[in-house]
Design a protein around this ligand. Structure first.
Ligand SMILES: [Zn+2]
Length: 477
């Protein structure tokens, strides 16, 4: 089974400057490929019959090293080549309908460089009984990059070195040598049980606003009070730094420093959120008695979308509720539902367990005991009182039970289908999409090249309401 590893790294100041140079040069090649492609698509391609030049989608980069860019030779050529390969890989993903066209990589935020095996090696140090990561070549030495491996790993063929808010990381995927249980087998195994038996094997999860996650077996995932206080403090300082930043001159050194500080204010909340969810999902997935986990199929992206701007007849902007939504967005995002589902899914899969998604409609108004659905069942945000059978419960608790039952029903009905894993053939020579040169130069090529949307093409194979969960392996953590 492939497992994504991300370890904290501690480069020396000298190593930092070399790695930053590698990052910058690789980004330069990537962005050069992006801008060249844009040029071809807007101009050269339209006149291909005249110029006779086909639009290149290749991994060549030598043409970017010229009189104006002699500094590109200051890094190993593999760094530059990997920039071109990265670009081609994202183009392949685009052709496979998995992503949009490659866009310019930004100079701020998380930065990374992809390093292949020519430029690094692992060696075992007999004295300290630790493994060392040696970076660089004879001509371009970097030395031993120290890192903390908090978990066992196997030596990879390539790795990423990244930096975010001043912290460095080494990440790669490694094989733990164990076979991954197949999802079909898990589904078949669970179907052998009766509804009654399944009830004791199932947990439903509901996303609350007060409590981030509520489980039908009474468990809950929440932050500790001290974490909440600290997160709020960071939120206040984030706002303060953002105000400072808005007043500073663009491109100035002070603005750069403020950016760093601002980035650091996000760190704490992010770390706490990940930590809490990792620990909770680990406990849930490793626990012995439950094997079926049911969650609502919520599309967090849609729920957190900005409202469209509204204009009146004379073109002035009207209130569109963006501010109110912004508050709601923050609480949805900070309730970390997406992370929870993602982490739980891969940990469950590893343990031969199953996560299924069920339609979320009216789960908060349905009675877990008799199935009566009515808005009156919710006299307040926190309580649930069934108007037919009189069941009284905590509203989130009731909803999570409803969700668990929906999951069991769907499993027994047999309407869960394995989501087809789409791979784009990275690392293989075969290209699934049409080659650029094959596409005729006409006004139509735009349509023929655009890949079908992922959702539209896979909709036929899937049940419209249920998608069993198979997230992409966490390769680039
Ligand atoms: Zn009822």
């Amino acid at each position: 089974m492939q497992i994504g590893n991300r370890f904290r790294a501690y480069p020396t100041p000298a190593q930092e400057s070399i790695l930053l140079q590698w990052i910058g040069h690789q980004r330069f090649i990537y962005n050069a490929k992006v801008s060249e492609d844009r040029y071809y698509r807007t101009f050269a391609q339209k006149a291909v019959s005249l110029s006779g030049t086909a639009v290149p989608i290749d991994q060549e980069y030598a043409r970017f090293i010229g009189e104006n860019t002699p500094w590109l030779r200051e890094v190993p050529s593999q760094i530059l080549r990997n920039g071109a390969v990265r670009w081609k890989q994202s183009y392949t993903r685009f052709y496979a309908g998995l992503s949009r066209r490659p866009v310019f990589q930004r100079k701020d935020g998380r930065q990374s460089v992809w390093i292949t095996s020519e430029l690094f090696s692992f060696r075992y140090d007999e004295k300290t009984h630790t493994e060392e990561l040696v970076l660089g070549t004879k001509k371009f030495p970097v030395g031993v990059l120290s890192f903390t491996a908090h978990t066992p790993y196997s030596r990879p063929a390539s790795l990423h070195v990244s930096v975010e808010a001043g912290k460095w990381y080494v990440s790669f995927s490694s094989d733990d040598g164990q076979a991954e249980p197949k999802e079909e087998d898990t589904i078949a195994w669970l179907r052998m049980f009766t509804e009654e038996e399944l009830r004791s094997k199932t947990v439903g999860f509901d996303r609350g606003v007060v409590t981030p996650v509520m489980a039908s077996d009474g468990g809950r995932i929440d932050f500790s009070s001290i974490q909440k206080i600290r997160m709020e403090k960071k939120e206040r300082s984030r706002r303060r730094w953002q105000r400072t930043l808005s007043r500073q001159q663009k491109g100035s050194q002070n603005r750069k420093k403020t950016r760093q500080r601002l980035a650091r204010t996000f760190e704490y909340t992010k770390d706490v959120r990940k930590d809490v969810i990792h620990k909770a999902t680990h406990a849930i997935a490793e626990g012995s008695d439950r094997s079926l986990f049911v969650v609502e199929d919520l599309r967090v992206k849609n729920m957190t979308k900005k409202p469209e701007p509204k204009k009146d007849a004379s073109g002035n902007f009207l209130r569109n509720g963006a501010r109110a939504k912004a508050g709601l967005n923050r609480s949805i995002l900070s309730s970390c539902w997406g992370l929870f589902v993602l982490f739980l899914s891969y940990k469950a899969r590893r343990n031969g367990k199953l996560v299924i998604k069920v339609p979320p409609q009216f789960s908060s108004q349905e009675c877990a005991h008799c199935g009566h659905i009515h808005p009156d069942n919710r006299p307040s945000q926190a309580e649930f009182v069934c108007q037919r059978c009189g069941l009284t419960d905590n509203a989130d608790q009731n909803a999570s039970r409803v969700i668990a039952q929906r999951g069991i029903r769907l499993l027994l009905e047999g309407s869960i289908q394995k989501k087809r894993v789409r791979r784009c053939g990275i690392g293989k020579e075969k290209q699934p999409g049409p080659e650029r040169s094959e596409v005729k130069a006409s006004g139509e090529e735009h349509k023929t090249q655009r890949p079908k949307r992922l959702r539209a093409s896979s909709a036929k194979e899937e049940h419209p309401l249920v998608r069993s969960e198979t997230p992409p392996a966490a390769q680039s953590a």
